[in-house]
Design a protein around this ligand. Structure first.
Ligand SMILES: Nc1nc2c(ncn2[C@@H]2O[C@H](COP(=O)(O)OP(=O)(O)OP(=O)(O)O)[C@@H](O)[C@H]2O)c(=O)[nH]1
Ligand SMILES: [Mg+2]
Length: 455
């Protein structure tokens, strides 16, 4: 599919509907033919010309600004013609149809960006950032997408790839020329370099995770015993009566998902069945689903009834829960609800772990909890230096990290140059997938097809 990129593609680049201006955009290698037919003449590159846009009979379909960019000095690296007419869907369609009559093909979603990538105008992470910028739901998300689009993320990846290349050259030289004066493996300087690469990778993984949160929002699961007030808290955060709340323990069975957009940050809230031993088949299934949500969450709010918690230490509230709680995955916050029945004060409580005292019923302490969640979602404090990233980037970075770790281990344990050379090669490949230096056609197709038409 990537071989047919010389034909001319066309799309309406502005959103569907009525607007002051509507842009029809063409990219290909035979744009002059379209200029002659639609504008009546070839116009100069990079010069805005006010023109009539002509139909098949020479009639005027619309008037507007025509802009021509000659390849390779354009977004796609090919010749581009932009026809900026009036933003009505019928008039734009007429112009689009005229371009198709003249031989252009409707662009697939993301095909302009795909061509920019194939012509080396952008790397893959930058192209993805263009789509992320368009879809950004908050100022922070937009700012970090701009950073990635301008190459900040790619630069960090390329620096790491270069460090890996240097190490590979050293390791492979010591395999190929063992008699030369190259330090024998494992060389302490080499181990130190590998550690530095691991630290740098860890740092970028954190930044990328943060970028994913800004883009996709934070998934927050409300978990805990029956009747603790999970559904009441969900309703409180969403602002409407979404979940059924009753005095009966075991009210919620199904998983209920609701998005609360607070300050532009999407918080994906998930209410779950109360966790307990039960003989009810329905409730058992609800509890199984609750656990699988807990395992997949970014963040778990463990809701407990403050009136029956004597020692609100996160591990003492319900030890079995914490034993079962999947390590490494989500972060966990204790929420002591129903403080109206106690003498606790609303807000954050000083504790060994993050703990918030609230009353979902009386809506007290909610503000502090929400601020804390927004902070977790990256809305506060950490704006500087963040770049937008996607799940696939984090996975590739993690894979590079584990290859570097296992390579280092092999080196220490068996002094094996061959094994570490292979691990370093794989680490480099994982990183190259991020920028698209090594990426399968299938993955490229998947990435670009999620873009909007005309981009
Ligand atoms: N006094 C008081 N009661 C509350 C508070 N929050 C919830 N409740 C009550 O506690 C009961 C259970 O609330 P739910 O929100 O249904 O609890 P849940 O954790 O979703 O319960 P299950 O779905 O059965 O697991 C209801 O009667 C609520 O009105 C609170 O802050 N103070
Ligand atoms: Mg409930």
């Amino acid at each position: 599919m990537f071989l047919t990129s010389h034909d001319t593609i066309v799309a309406i680049a502005t959103p569907a509907g009525v607007g002051g201006i509507g842009v029809v955009r063409l990219s290909g290698n035979d744009i002059k033919k379209f200029m002659l037919a639609i504008l009546g003449e070839e116009i100069q590159p990079r010069l805005a010309c006010y023109k009539q846009f002509l139909g098949a009979e020479g009639e005027c379909l619309d008037t507007g600004i025509a802009l021509y960019f000659s390849g390779p000095n354009s977004f796609t690296g090919q010749a581009i013609l932009e026809l900026q007419g009036h933003g009505g869907s019928v008039v734009q369609d007429l112009l689009l149809q005229r371009c198709i009559e003249l031989g252009a093909r409707m662009a697939r979603p993301g095909e302009f960006s795909e061509r920019a990538f194939l012509n080396d105008k952008l790397d893959l992470a930058q192209a993805e950032a263009v789509a992320d910028l368009i879809e950004a739901a908050s100022v922070q998300a937009a700012k970090s997408a701009v950073r990635s689009m301008c190459g900040d993320f790619s630069k960090e990846i390329k620096n790491l790839v270069n460090s890996l290349k240097d190490v590979r050259v050293f390791v492979e030289a010591s395999i190929d020329f063992p008699e030369e004066e190259i330090e024998s493996l494992p060389d302490p300087a080499l181990l130190k370099t590998l550690d530095d690469i691991k630290v740098k990778l860890g740092d970028i993984i954190n930044k990328a995770r943060h970028g994913v949160l800004l883009r996709d929002g934070l998934t927050i699961v409300l978990a805990g015993r029956p009747n603790a007030g999970k559904s009441s808290l969900l309703n409180c955060l969403v602002g409407t009566d979404e979940a059924i709340v009753t005095t009966e323990a075991g009210t919620t069975r199904d998983v209920l998902r609701k998005t609360a957009v607070i300050n532009g940050i999407p918080l994906q809230l998930i209410d779950t069945a109360g966790l307990r031993e039960t003989t009810s088949i329905v409730e058992k299934e609800g509890i199984r689903r609750a656990w699988s949500e807990i395992e997949a969450a970014d963040h778990v709010l463990f809701v407990a009834d403050a009136s029956d918690v004597s020692m609100p230490n996160i591990k003492n509230v319900w030890p079995e829960f914490f034993n079962k709680f999947p390590e490494s995955s989500a972060s966990l916050t204790l929420v002591l609800n129903k403080i109206d029945l106690t003498d606790l004060t609303p807000g954050e409580m000083i504790n060994t772990e993050p703990t918030f005292c609230i009353s979902a019923k009386h809506r007290t302490g909610i503000h502090n909890l929400v601020n804390y969640l927004l902070k977790q979602a990256g809305q506060l404090d950490r704006g500087h230096g963040a770049f937008s990233a996607r799940g696939r980037h984090v996975a590739a970075l993690k894979s590079a990290w584990s290859h570097v770790s296992s390579g280092k281990q092999q080196l220490i344990e068996c002094g094996s140059g061959e094994l570490i050379a292979e691990d370093l090669r794989q680490a480099q490949n994982s990183l190259s997938e991020i920028t698209g230096n090594i990426t399968s056609d299938e993955l490229l197709g998947e990435i670009f097809s999620s873009f909007c038409i005309g981009k």
